[in-house]
Design a protein around this ligand. Structure first.
Ligand code: PLP
Length: 423
């Protein structure tokens, strides 16, 4: 197996025998010809593998799935329409009404409402716990628990998830650990190396890297034993495939195959082949960009720490961060692009900062090559009461940066001039 930078450029692609195309072709097709009625019947019965319909598989997405799976150190991948679709399917694949999940409470906003509202309405109870004490996960285990969940770098506090310890606790409970690795990407951290069983990514962020395409991907480490008696959907006959049993037919890959052929078939959040292509373009420079994002972000974090207009700075690569020791372990190559800080002067000063940046783009996204900024209290978290905002770790003075890959001198100059306007 090649090293990460080489996988980012080549992973999953084999030479096209017919056209000799060097780039990965965009297979902009909905469906694929059957050789015969027997071939068609075998494909539909999952006795043969092959392309049927782009909702379930596509040759461009296939390269992307293999490339991200290789980067993450997993065995197989499933591309879907968005990061949220990846997270939703990763849970629905093993949980049904009455089941429970234990998750870190430090979550991306969409994941937070998926867990606290949408899954709750579907009868799946998600216990949200403080992941900085891993024992909180074990404390919420019951015989209905189906998975543990967390983000490599949690939102918005940027706490680093103790993947190794929490995966041990998950396995003690007989359940898989699912990790959202969007903020770190496999270039900076591979959760599977520390025991995670399933990794989900929003391709929309660093992987695509240029703010052009929404997408998501599930990677299966194929290390979890689904036959331990807890996962009936994987070990009992699926009536919609003539009584096929996933663990019998697909062994360690039962989880990923079921997510594709059952959930993607029925729920349908497929990735478009064009977005798969754009994401592949982005992946080719992922290793270069993550190094530059991290280098620039550390520089910005240090600059802000020394600035008199700044109240506090949060960056896991700074010794002052409570996750610094975990960052040294899990993110030795860099702590990614996200930096939080408090502007002296509270809400008004934070708003002034946002209004005066010129290079930074004011929007709700992360992971673009461009530098981005958002003031959560006036945007993503404005609907919450001051008490709820405090619980979510969103103070009025809090500004979040996603530091881009521009020249660091220009980034610092922009922050400096905008801070000068806040006092
Ligand atoms: C953006 C994001 C998601 C959701 O991804 P989409 O592609 O926008 O659906 C999930 N988790 C994290 C950590 C994110 O940053």
């Amino acid at each position: 197996m090649h090293r990460l930078g080489t996988i980012a450029v080549h992973g999953g692609q084999s030479d096209d025998p017919i056209t000799k195309a060097r780039a990965v072709p965009i297979y902009q097709t909905t469906s694929y010809l059957f050789d015969s009625t027997e071939h068609a019947a075998n494909l539909f019965a999952l006795k043969d593998t092959g392309n049927i319909y782009t909702r379930i598989m596509n040759p461009t997405s296939d390269v992307l799935e293999k490339r991200v799976a290789q980067l993450e150190g997993g065995k197989a991948g499933l591309a879907v329409a968005s990061g949220m679709a990846a997270i939703t399917l990763s849970i629905l694949n093993i949980a049904e009404p009455g089941d429970e999940i234990v998750s870190s409470s430090q979550l991306y906003g969409g994941t937070y409402t998926l867990f606290s509202s949408t899954l709750a309405k579907m009868g799946i109870k998600v216990h949200l716990v403080d992941s900085t004490d891993p024992d909180n996960f074990s404390a919420h285990v019951s015989d209905k628990t189906k998975a543990f969940f967390g983000e490599t770098i949690g939102n918005p506090s940027l706490d680093v998830f103790d993947v190794e310890r929490i995966s041990e606790l998950a396995h003690d409970a007989g359940v898989p650990l699912i990790v959202d690795n969007t903020a770190a990407t496999p270039i900076l951290c591979r959760p599977i190396d520390y025991g995670a069983d399933v990794v989900v990514n929003s391709l929309t962020k660093f992987m695509g890297g240029h703010g052009t395409s929404i997408g998501g991907l599930i990677v299966d480490a194929a290390t979890f034993d689904w036959t331990n008696g807890k996962f009936h959907d994987l070990t009992e006959p699926d009536a919609t495939y003539n009584g096929l049993v996933y663990t019998d037919a697909f062994g360690w890959l039962a989880y990923l195959v079921k997510a594709r052929v059952h959930l993607l078939r029925d729920m349908g959040p497929a990735l478009s082949p064009f977005n798969a292509f754009l994401t592949l373009q982005g992946l080719e420079s992922l290793h270069l960009r993550m190094a530059r994002h991290s280098e620039n972000a550390l520089h910005v974090a240090k600059f802000l720490s020394d600035h008199e207009g700044v109240e506090w700075v949060s960056y896991p690569g700074l010794e002052s961060h409570r996750s610094y020791a975990l960052a040294q372990k899990y993110l030795p190559k860099g702590a990614s692009a996200l930096v939080g800080f408090g502007v002296k002067g509270g809400y008004e000063a934070a708003v002034k900062f946002i209004e005066h940046v010129k290079l930074f783009s004011h929007l709700a996204n992360i992971g673009d090559a461009k530098s981005l900024v958002v003031h959560p209290a006036s945007t993503t978290h404005q609907q919450l009461s001051p008490q709820e905002r405090a619980l979510a770790g969103v103070s009025d003075d809090f500004v979040r940066l996603s530091v881009g890959i521009e020249d660091i001198e220009d980034i610092i100059e922009d922050i400096d001039q905008a801070l000068a306007c806040t006092s």
